[in-house]
Design a protein around this ligand. Structure first.
Ligand SMILES: Cc1cc2nc3c(=O)[nH]c(=O)nc-3n(C[C@H](O)[C@H](O)[C@H](O)COP(=O)(O)O)c2cc1C
Length: 212
């Protein structure tokens, strides 16, 4: 495979300063909608980077499940690798890559746990099989085999037979409160458009253009 020949020429219309919304979260929602309408397979998939426990970095993909009160919501296991990292240092970065539109959004901010009520309400709406899996899987722990995982799933299935599956105490959501959001539009000749919103005085958003 010749990676040097794998090259896309971006040919999108410009991203203009005059067309940007004053609020970056509103701008994000517009781009998310366009990514979904543009046929992106999982437009709400985002890379979540955290500060690793021993000074390293750590990243993985999670799904954005809400944009609420100016923050980005995702759900996970609080005792997973990411959950343990966030308990020590809640600084995060989120990256969305929408290849069909040649766009990227980067968010830097801090993650805070959702209320138990909000996590339980979201969990209650998940498919039953996913709810059982949340009980069966100790995310990020070493397990002996696939059979072990499936056996744990069956145990949990039997335990909750005929009952509602409650939200496990170690499962829930986080909301990422943004401090900085960047919008990147791929353009011809690698002369891309980049605008970053930063929090200025009294929380007001300030927009600057960055070199591509
Ligand atoms: C498209 C996609 C969506 C995912 N969505 C989630 C999610 O919403 N929550 C989650 O905990 N893991 C999700 N995962 C799995 C994570 O990438 C990761 O494997 C898992 O959360 C364990 O990460 P950790 O060991 O760093 O905590 C997703 C993976 C992919 C590829």
């Amino acid at each position: 495979m010749d990676l040097k020949r794998m090259r896309v020429e971006y040919d999108a219309p410009p991203l203009r300063r005059s067309e940007l919304r004053g609020d970056p979260v509103e701008q994000f929602k517009e781009w998310l909608r366009e990514a979904a309408e543009g046929g992106e397979l999982e437009p709400n998939a985002m890379t979540l980077a955290t500060v690793g426990l021993e000074g390293g970095v750590s990243a993985r993909v999670v799904l954005l499940k809400g944009v609420e009160r100016g923050s980005f919501v995702f759900f996970t296991n609080y005792e997973s690798c990411k959950g343990r990292e966030l308990a020590i240092d809640n600084r995060v970065a989120l990256t969305f890559a929408w290849y069909r539109l040649g766009r990227q959004v980067r968010v830097r901010g801090v993650a805070r746990k959702l209320s138990r009520g909000a996590s339980r309400a979201y969990f209650a709406g998940r498919p039953r099989r996913s709810q059982i899996a949340a009980w069966a899987s100790r995310q990020s722990e070493v397990i002996g085999s696939r059979e072990e995982l499936e056996a744990r799933y069956k145990e949990c299935e039997a335990r909750f037979a005929g009952k509602e599956v409650p939200c496990p105490p170690w499962w829930g959501g986080y909301r990422v409160i943004p401090e900085e959001i960047e919008f990147w539009q791929g353009r011809r000749d690698r002369l891309h458009d980049r605008f970053v919103y930063r929090r200025g005085e009294r929380g007001k958003w300030v927009i600057v253009r960055l070199a591509p």
